[in-house]
Design a protein around this ligand. Sequence first.
Ligand SMILES: *Cc1c(COP(=O)(O)O)cnc(C)c1O
Length: 390
Amino acid sequence: MPVYPRCGVRPVRGEGVYLYGEDGQQYLDFASGIAVNALGHGHPALTKAITEQAATLMHVSNLYGSPQGEHFAQRLVDHTFADTVFFTNSGAEAVECAIKTARRYHFANGNPERTDLITFDTAFHGRTLGTISATNQPKMRDGFEPLLPGFKYAQFNDLDGALALIDGNTAGFLVEPIQGEGGIRPASEEFLRGLRKACDEHGLLLVLDEVQAGYGRTGKFFAHELYGITPDIMAAAKGIGGGFPLGACLATAEAAKGMVFGTHGSTYGGNPLAMAAGEAVLDVILGDGFLDHVTQMGARLRSSLEQLIPNHDTLFDSVRGHGLMLGLKLKSDSRRFVAHCRDHHGLLLVAAGENVVRILPPLVIDESHIAECVEKLSEAARVYVPVADD
Ligand SMILES: *Cc1c(COP(=O)(O)O)cnc(C)c1O
């Protein structure tokens, strides 16, 4: 189906931070498959793990015991707030599991009327019927009604507005700690901590969508660590498989109390091949000094971007985000500038809401890649004509 506005880049091979097109063109990949290729392309440890596991055991059903899933889940539990994990094949499925877990918690507590999640404008949670119901963005919802009931929408970073929506049917909040698709909009500390506090006071659940912001992207294992809070339920995906389709819904034992035998499932979810990919990525992410490396590279990239702004102040507005989840806000259309960087300067970036250019490099970049990106951006900005006459 022609649902993707695909551009002319047609990659056939990847190596580290570079992609190569059909005719051998080289691209500096600061998009990472939209925050997925955390280890870049062709990472030897990830490739080896997938190859070996494919030859050993690729898939069995969740009818059987899973030593691979138990091991990987235990490592996630050891390094997060969570006590329990459900594996999925994508981000949207991880959010679906999070929504079901939240509803089921209140059901198990004898409050089946507490079904509603309060979500936020410009949120993105995926493309299933459930997850498009969890955003109020018309471009994702139009023509797909009737959608799933049980969602209310508040303004992102408006704590009072969110609290005003709480009533007897509220199950909790579903929120991205840093909106990705919405334009790299970090939650304010007051906002996220305020939601946590309201959950504690009203017996509600804080459900975080860390599909994009999580897994080392911000320099923390998960972005909520930047805020000094923990969720009750959390969706993860994107970077977790480094390019292998994998997602996870993590929860405390209390929040997951309703998810008993028979309440949920997935044919592929957590199969041995996916677990091998996940373990290989996790080895790198939790390796000595890796998250500090992300923080350092993020600070360096950010300050280089900030230095660019005064030289191109009719085009660039500001920089925002954390770690290697950065947004460069433009004073004009970001889609057109992203296309310009791609087609004329061999630099891959991603457009997002609010005229923001998303900069999401592989987490394994070094200083030379940052210098190369900034040089390309600076040259791109120098020759760019913001107003189209084409
Ligand atoms: C990408 C994304 C999703 C959806 O993930 P899929 O793997 O495309 O289903 C959900 N939430 C956030 C915050 C995302 O960035």
